[in-house]
Design a protein around this ligand. Structure first.
Ligand SMILES: Nc1ncnc2c1ncn2[C@@H]1O[C@H](COP(=O)(O)OP(=O)(O)OP(=O)(O)O)[C@@H](O)[C@H]1O
Ligand SMILES: [Mg+2]
Length: 379
């Protein structure tokens, strides 16, 4: 039975009052009977029997009230003591979960997040304990994410920094003239570092919901055509065919042109990076797609590449997540591209879906809220 703490207190106190009240009435009754028995044995003598009825009543009254005064006082002390003991027991019993919770909170306050208080009731305490357990789980996850982030950032910074350090130290020690190609390579590493820091910055702003978007009506179709044109050369250099398909034009959405371009650049560079030579990459735009009672403009980036195993799909949009770490490291990715795309699209009120089949290819579909133009009805 689901009882609230208030109902439990009410029932316990009610039972205590009934028990004490009942016990008090019974003892009083028994005592009164024994009192009259005692009176019969001790007080009913020849002088009592010879006394007039008025005096007999007075003798009985004085005897009973004298005894009752003493009994009342003793009884009062006993029942107060019993009442206090029962209250102590009830308060102790009802605050057991609270005491367990306080002990757990103190452990969390000392920095131990590995606590879990068992939920043993479905009352308010049960709810508080469940919320506390959920809260510590979230704290643990946040702490783990923070540690992972620091480790990942350190790892990503270490490689380019040590390359630059080695090259510079070498040049310094030999005292030789630094050839322009080496300066160029150092410059490349600096640019890579700069881009990485910029990616991290955008991601942290987007995750915190503090990314300022400059949303304006944008012809997404024209913008995609431009983006496809920009990366086409890289695709062709990798032996890939890249095409853009659009049925309708223009397709207008409310978006920050710079940020939304970044989303498609990230998806297209992935498609190029993870599609072997001879593959095909298609970009398809569809307008007014209905999904769960909302209308979206959809852009799909479809490749015929290596695909992604089903068990990896759930983590794909996590920061620094890479499928098959060694392969991705070899191709140079940091694992931030999809995470940034996901947050940027979310900041626009949209979402990304992914469908993939290993060795067959991958389709990323970006859903952006459609800009519905309401035409005034003049009739
Ligand atoms: N089109 C795709 N086909 C196959 N695998 C993909 C595709 N897109 C992403 N992936 C997998 O998802 C992982 C995460 O992608 P993401 O873009 O976040 O990182 P990245 O490309 O490795 O690095 P970055 O984009 O930061 O340079 C990739 O490492 C890759 O394993
Ligand atoms: Mg990428």
């Amino acid at each position: 039975m689901k009882l609230t703490v208030r109902q439990k207190i009410f029932i316990c106190m009610g039972l205590a009052v009934l028990i004490i009240g009942g016990a008090h009435a019974v003892t009083k009754q028994v005592y009164m009977e024994s009192l009259f028995d005692q009176f019969r044995k001790e007080e009913i003598s020849a002088s009592y029997l010879n006394a007039p009825p008025g005096e007999q009543i007075e003798i009985l009254k004085t005897y009973v009230s004298g005894k009752m005064q003493k009994f009342g006082f003793e009884n009062w002390i006993i029942f107060i003591a019993i009442g206090l003991l029962i209250s102590l027991w009830i308060s102790g019993m009802l605050t057991i979960p609270l005491r367990k919770l306080v002990a757990a909170i103190e452990r969390v306050a000392k920095g131990d997040l590995d606590v879990n208080v068992p939920v043993q009731s479905r009352d308010e305490y049960g709810k508080v304990i469940q919320t506390f357990n959920d809260m510590t789980l979230r704290l643990r996850e946040a702490e783990d994410a923070r540690k992972r982030l620091v480790a990942d950032v350190a790892h990503e910074l270490r490689t380019p920094l040590s390359i630059m350090q080695l090259k510079l130290e070498n040049a310094q020690q030999t005292g030789q003239y630094v050839p322009p190609e080496m300066l160029l390579r150092l410059h490349d590493e600096v640019i890579r570092l700069g881009l990485f820091v910029e990616d991290l910055h955008v991601l942290s702003l987007a995750e915190a919901g503090r990314l300022a978007l400059d949303c304006k009506p944008l012809d997404l179709s024209a913008r995609l055509e431009q983006v496809v044109d920009d990366v086409k050369m890289e695709a062709e250099e990798n032996g890939l065919e890249m095409r853009f398909y659009s049925n309708t034009r223009p397709v207008t959405v409310m978006a920050d042109a710079r940020r939304i371009t970044q989303v498609f650049i990230n998806l297209l560079t992935n498609a190029i990076r993870y599609t072997p030579e001879g593959g095909k990459i298609s970009v398809v735009i569809e307008d007014k797609v209905l999904d769960r009672n909302a209308v979206y403009t959809c852009v799909s980036v479809i490749d015929t590449g290596i695909g992604i195993p089903a068990e990896e799909l759930a983590h794909l949009f996590d920061r620094f997540y890479r499928v098959e770490k060694a392969r991705s490291r070899h191709t140079g990715g940091t694992g931030l591209g999809l995470s940034i795309a996901h947050h940027l699209v979310r900041a626009h009120g949209g979402f990304i879906r992914v469908v993939s089949e290993p060795d067959q290819g991958t389709t990323f579909t970006v859903y952006l809220p459609s800009l519905l133009i309401v035409i005034a009805d003049n009739n």
